[in-house]
Write a protein that binds this ligand. Structure first.
Ligand code: A3D
Length: 321
């Protein structure tokens, strides 16, 4: 069977790590596209020259010509500006919407059957725009945010409890902004509720709540924390790893249940918007959105997050983007 082909649009920080991870996992052949002359060619040459050392067989090439993404099975999009300190993701709306429009037109032309994973910010708006311009079925257009936000939440829980992060299950729903909703009640360590473990650790329910609140707040602001430290851009290793988990689920038809930015048709009481929710990912893209029961507090947090997504999409439409 011929190897699958993944086209990466945007050869910056995330695009480079994506290329390396796909090659090391021998997930597919890679075409890395960027508008900057020679940049994707340089990055892919550098990564290819590690193939003997890493022991991978994959064709990886860089290009400035959209035609080369022809017939890609999967497209991962990181084209656009990242945040700098002091910026919110929404500040990127105008610049990145223009970039996303041109990317969507090219993907529609050259890879009309691909499944597309969007990473560019502001995420929920960029996914919405990409789907609108391409006209692709909603199930084939997915945003990456929840896998990363959930991994950040799980990491903080593992550090706090002194357990292996491999045993921590934690999920974050909602839009990819400050209103995201880390689901405390569902967080567990191999089935044991995290709140129960915190209460045991501190022998004090109030203190346990405070510790959890801190982790929730840190999760919501985790992207900004990295931006502040890096100063020149935003996180790129963890966003790339997160998108690879999604890409692998699609390429290998794994039917993984992951929190992703998916189009809602009434699920969670939301109609006609892309929002972060648990979904089954397989070769057809989002194969099913998984609903879960939420208590009032979680519902109203998710509602506020959906409102933030709606107002961002409305801004985009008002600006004619
Ligand atoms: P960066 O290293 O600047 O790479 C972006 C690349 O896009 C650059 O190489 C540009 O040359 C390229 N580019 C610009 N315009 C175009 C165009 N029209 N067509 C093709 N390529 C173009 O940024 P990065 O890789 O660090 O981040 C990329 C995006 O991901 C940004 O918008 C970030 O805000 C976003 N991001 C999202 C998450 C999520 O979890 C959703 C996390 C981190 C970053």
């Amino acid at each position: 069977m011929p190897r699958k082909k993944i086209a990466l649009i945007g050869g910056g920080q995330i695009g480079g790590v994506l290329t390396q991870l796909i090659a090391q996992k021998e997930l597919a052949d890679v075409v890395l596209f960027d508008i900057v002359a020679d940049l994707p060619q340089g990055k892919t040459l550098d990564i290819a020259e590690a193939s003997r050392v890493d022991g991978f067989d994959a064709n990886i090439s860089g290009t400035n010509t959209y035609e080369d993404i022809k017939d890609a099975d999967l497209v991962i999009i990181t084209a656009g500006l990242p945040r700098k300190p002091g910026m919110s993701r929404d500040d990127l709306l105008v610049t990145n919407a223009k970039i996303m429009k041109s990317v969507a037109e090219a993907v529609r032309t050259y890879a009309p059957n691909a499944i597309s994973i969007i990473i560019s910010n502001p995420l929920d708006a960029m996914v919405t725009l990409f789907q609108k311009v391409t006209g692709f079925p909603h199930s084939r257009v997915i945003g990456q945010a929840g896998v990363l936000d959930s991994s950040r939440f799980a990491t903080f829980i593992a550090w706090e409890l002194g357990v292996s992060v491999k045993d921590v299950n934690a999920m974050v729903l909602g839009g990819h902004g400050d209103t995201m909703v880390p689901l405390v009640r569902y967080a567990n360590v191999n089935g044991i509720p995290v709140m129960e473990m915190l209460e045991r650790k501190y022998n004090d329910a109030q203190k346990a709540k405070e510790v959890m609140n801190k982790m929730v707040e840190r999760t919501k602001m985790a992207g900004g924390e990295v931006v502040k430290l890096l100063k020149t851009g935003s996180a790129f290793y963890s966003p790339a790893s997160s998108a690879i988990a999604m890409a692998e689920a699609v390429i290998k038809d794994e039917k993984r249940l992951l929190p992703v930015c998916a189009y809602l048709n009434g699920e969670f009481g939301v109609n006609g918007y892309y929002v972060g929710v648990p979904a089954i990912l397989g070769e057809k893209g989002v194969e099913k959105v998984i609903e879960l029961s939420l208590i009032d507090e979680e519902k109203s947090a998710l509602d506020s997050s959906v409102q933030a997504v709606k107002s961002l999409v409305a801004d985009m439409e008002r600006l004619g983007l």
